[in-house]
Write a protein that binds this ligand. Sequence first.
Ligand code: PSU
Ligand code: MN
Length: 300
Amino acid sequence: MIRLIPEVADALRDGRPVVALESSVLAQGLPIPANREAARRMDAAVRGGGGVPAVTAVVAGIPSLGLTAEELERFLRREGIRKVSSRDLAVAVAQGSDGATTVAATLAIIARSDVRVFATGGIGGVHRSPPFDESADLVELARTPRIVVCAGAKSILDLPATLERLETLGVPVIGYRTPEFPAFFSTTSSLPVSATAETPEVVAAIERAHRRLGRREALLVVTPPPPALALDPREVDEAVRAALAAPEAARVRGSGMTPYLLAAVERATEGRSRLANLALLEANAALATAIAAALVGTIP
Ligand code: PSU
Ligand code: MN
């Protein structure tokens, strides 16, 4: 049911570190051509750490771990590529569609494989309401025994509410060398994580303990964006407030809200949010590779 490209299958068989990378950030989250740069930099970050990247997507109805060069091109051009969250997976498969997978759908796919670590930018979460809107990412994190590495949750969200939901759902939130939950574009949110880790080996030890206890929740490993490119949280907050108050916000529905807000922040920061986004995606892919290496015991 899941297709692994040969490079990914070989790496898993040989016990080398494999890192899953989601495709919704490439097909919906970032504009063209920044999405191409993101794909290139994440790929290089994983390979540079001795790992093998596996971009995750539904390709003509087939859930896939790893894309061929032609398939990746199709996703970067984003023609006819729908956004696929967990509930959309079966529909995309049955209809033979191309679908770019969110964190939720990527988790659902890697749960059917031996890939244990997944890098993304920021998870979805509880939106600022009204109207009520909560990402399926949270529910999938609560039932998928894998590790997700990210820069926190998107600052377009209600971060305190998102952290409360993660606590209720039993998802450990591990700050990598930080006591604070990062706010995606910003290094600080003034909200505490549930534990910190200073090395990939410590993350691997927490992961092993969590699984020995029979827990099924993901570990959420959070790391701040590279400080030189991080944005002032007040600036991001103002941009989000303005975008939510704009008349066109009323016409944005459901899964369109995340791309709408990210585009608004990019305009308001004159592209600086995009630079931060690219840098953090690269850094997260590198950290995920180090954790994957610690898990398989092949630290370079
Ligand atoms: N972070 C980004 N850009 C994105 C996303 C996250 O910087 O495009 C995507 C991720 O795939 C995440 C999804 O899983 O948005 C959440 O969407 P929703 O809120 O509709 O569940
Ligand atoms: Mn939603």
